[in-house]
Design a protein around this ligand. Structure first.
Ligand code: FE2
Length: 240
């Protein structure tokens, strides 16, 4: 996980796809850095937030800088570093928050504008959102595909994957990553919740090459590696 020595943060980059612009927003709390995203439909300026957390002035500045009109908030899962600003910004923008039905049932997360969803695609402001249920890190983790961009939360990082709580979680994670490998194109850009070195927006081809967790051929070998003892960053991962 990327570690910051101060509490400042900034919009660090943007990337363009055919019809959308992804604004990468880096926020920090203590020594931990998070990535939030503003996804903007270029034609309408409608926007979606992904996992807005920490330092609201930074998220709001990113929205204002691109002149976006926020229409909704996509939540990959219920861990505090991914939902910290969800309710507050849902009220601020008067927009819905979306989270998987399974995650809501498991976590008990609630907020005034929370809408449970399944994998049915939906359209907001010219953008088609395609949710993918990808359990393992938590039972209801969602990835969201919008055009040729995939927002992966703590399921898939450029350099690894999210911590799994037990053997069943690790087996589910293996199946989720296998599904991503089957369904996601090499050219798709991957936008995770954290970085361990590579900046967000790597192509899936690069992630497949760099990420050891995508190299396993069966779930038991994967689980043994994912749950191995003595991981030096285990303490940091518990923050996710
Ligand atoms: Fe997490």
């Amino acid at each position: 996980m990327e570690v910051s020595g101060d509490s400042t943060c900034a919009v660090v980059a943007s990337a363009t796809a055919a019809r959308t612009r992804v604004v990468i927003v880096r926020t920090t709390r203590g020594t931990i850095a998070n990535y939030n995203y503003v996804v903007v439909d270029i034609a309408t300026r409608s926007a979606l937030l992904v996992d807005p957390s920490w330092e609201p002035h930074v998220v709001l500045r990113a929205v204002a800088d691109v002149g976006a009109h926020v229409k909704g908030i996509l939540l990959t899962h219920s861990h505090p570093d991914h939902v910290d600003l969800a309710a507050t910004l849902g009220e601020h923008f008067g927009c819905p928050l979306w989270m998987s039905r399974q995650e809501i049932a498991w976590s008990g997360f609630h907020a005034p504008r929370l809408v449970p969803i399944d994998e049915t695609p939906f359209v907001i402001g010219g953008m088609t959102i395609r949710p993918m249920l990808t359990p393992g890190h938590t039972p209801g983790c969602m990835c969201y595909r919008i055009g040729d961009d995939l927002f992966t939360g703590d399921v898939l990082f450029a350099e690894g994957c999210g911590i799994c709580p037990d053997l069943d979680g690790a087996h589910r994670m293996f199946e989720s990553l296998a599904r991503i490998r089957r369904e996601i194109h090499d050219t798709t850009r991957i936008y995770p919740g954290h970085s361990f070195g590579l900046p967000p927006g790597q192509s899936f081809a690069t992630v497949q090459r760099e990420n050891i967790y995508l190299q396993f051929g069966n779930r038991d070998d994967f689980a043994a590696f994912r749950l191995r003892k003595g991981q030096s960053r285990a303490k940091l991962f518990t923050f996710q």
